[in-house]
Design a binder for this molecule. Structure first.
Ligand SMILES: [Zn+2]
Length: 454
């Protein structure tokens, strides 16, 4: 029923409170469930249950760790209703920052500190009524620095000596190790950026923003010029006018696809998967890997988004090379893409996948009776949406070198209508051959005749 009256501020506040209390309760219920899962399986279980991001799964795993270590504080949070998984994660992060120093301090120190921190935090919350999670984090820091000043000092010394550079998307994150170093670098880059800014500004061009100028300075210092880099891009494209699927990026428009193809040093035409026979070796061949990656798109573990070309190629049914009692073939239909982390969990039998349709659908079972299925979603997957299936897929694999030159893999174009890849080839995977259960969305693929493969 549509509301006919506006919600008053008072009513809205009550709704918001009720809403957030409900969310908090649900979150902490999941945290409580995770405390019953073995420590080393909590992260993957959180990822499977939530299917959000890895960073979100980390927050749940951290919260469960803290809840198990501080049961009284956790009970307080659950009964209060105003605390969320973020509050637990914030406290966990502040304490965990000192992990190394705490371990070095002696076996009993972490437990003693946990007990003291939980008691003082509970007391602080009762006294102040404060539920702001940044305040909670700051108080946690204050307690740690007061109760264990030598531990805090050891941590700060370690951090000052450690730097790291990480990447997410187009962003590089440089951890300078300390605020002091970060400040000094920022000033130096800012000074150089001012010079760059003057050079980039003239009567016809307005001054660019300082953030861009700092970026130019940093890229120059890091050698971020394309003509100095060698880049490998694996793309799948059905034919010359079609969009292409780039592993790790997703679909790009026909123009970009054409640019990638033009830069490619190599283009491979892919046959239908059904036409690629098993091989006696343990390792998958280059052609098998291209077909597996094209079918999967990314790691097949539920919720994981590591691109398939950065994954391991694992035997769904173990190969006799590693398990004499098993008879898994080295072939496309027995190969799956798993990132190293999830490959390790499968090998340890913490999570086990099975498939009834040649690895198109994987049924995962794991800790706590959790069962989830994933379906291959790459450009060659037989279950792809018909809309994209019509226009897509041939793998273009290119290894640009110097201002990206590349090699492409493509396959021939099909003359028929196909979900298969047309053009470049790739084959479509023919799921049909083995898919037992009728997957209505699966195109019947008959792959295109392979043309040539470079
Ligand atoms: Zn993964």
């Amino acid at each position: 029923m549509p509301r006919t009256e506006p919600i008053s501020g008072e009513t809205y506040a009550a709704l918001a409170t009720e809403y957030s209390t409900g969310i908090n309760a649900a979150e902490l219920k999941l945290v409580d469930f995770l405390t019953g899962i073995p420590h080393d399986a909590r992260l993957s279980t959180a990822l499977v249950l939530r299917r959000r991001t890895t960073s979100e799964a980390h927050r749940y795993a951290h919260a469960a760790d803290l809840a198990a270590r501080m049961p009284d504080l956790f009970d307080h949070f659950r009964s209060d209703g105003r605390f969320s998984v973020d509050h637990l994660d914030a406290i966990w992060s502040r304490i965990n920052r000192h992990n190394r120093a705490l371990r070095a301090a002696g076996a009993e120190v972490p437990d003693l500190l946990d007990t003291a921190v939980a008691r003082l935090l509970t007391q602080w919350i009762r006294n102040t009524g404060n539920t702001i999670h940044t305040a909670l984090a700051d108080v946690t820091d204050e307690i740690l620095c007061t109760l264990a000043p030598l531990v805090a000092e050891a941590t700060e010394t370690d951090e000052a000596a450690a730097v790291s550079l990480t990447r997410r998307g187009t962003r590089l994150t440089l951890d300078c190790g300390s605020e002091v170093t970060a400040d000094a670098l920022w000033q130096a880059i800012g000074t150089a950026a001012l010079t760059t800014r003057r050079e980039m500004t003239d009567d016809d061009r307005p001054a660019p923003p300082m953030s861009r100028c700092r970026g130019q300075v940093a890229l120059g210092a890091l050698g971020g010029r394309r003509d100095q880099l060698t880049v490998t891009v694996n793309a799948y494209r059905p034919h010359g006018d079609a969009p292409a699927y780039v592993l790790g990026t997703g679909w790009v428009c026909p123009t970009t696809a054409a640019e990638l193809t033009a830069l490619a040093a190599r283009i491979r035409e892919l046959p239908d998967a059904a036409e690629v026979p098993p091989t006696p070796s343990y390792r998958f061949t280059t052609l098998q890997r291209a077909l597996i990656e094209g079918r999967d798109g990314h790691c097949r573990f539920p919720g994981c988004s590591v691109p398939a070309d950065r994954c391991d190629h694992d035997h769904l049914v173990s190969s006799p090379h590693t398990d004499p009692d098993s008879d898994g073939d080295t072939c496309v239909t027995n190969g799956i893409s798993l990132c190293r982390t999830h490959h390790t969990l499968k090998t340890a039998r913490i999570w086990t996948p099975t498939s009834l349709d040649d690895a198109v659908t994987l049924h995962w079972t794991g800790p706590g009776g959790v069962a989830v299925s994933t379906v291959a979603a790459g450009p060659l997957s037989p279950t792809r949406d018909p809309f994209t299936a019509l226009s897509s897929t041939a793998p273009v694999q290119y290894h640009p070198r110097a201002c990206p030159s590349s090699s492409c893999m493509t396959s021939g174009k099909p003359t028929s209508p196909p979900p298969e890849r047309s053009g470049l080839s790739t084959a479509s995977t023919s799921p049909s051959t083995k898919a037992p259960s009728g997957d209505s969305s699966a195109p019947t693929v008959r792959g295109k005749p392979p043309r040539s493969r470079s």
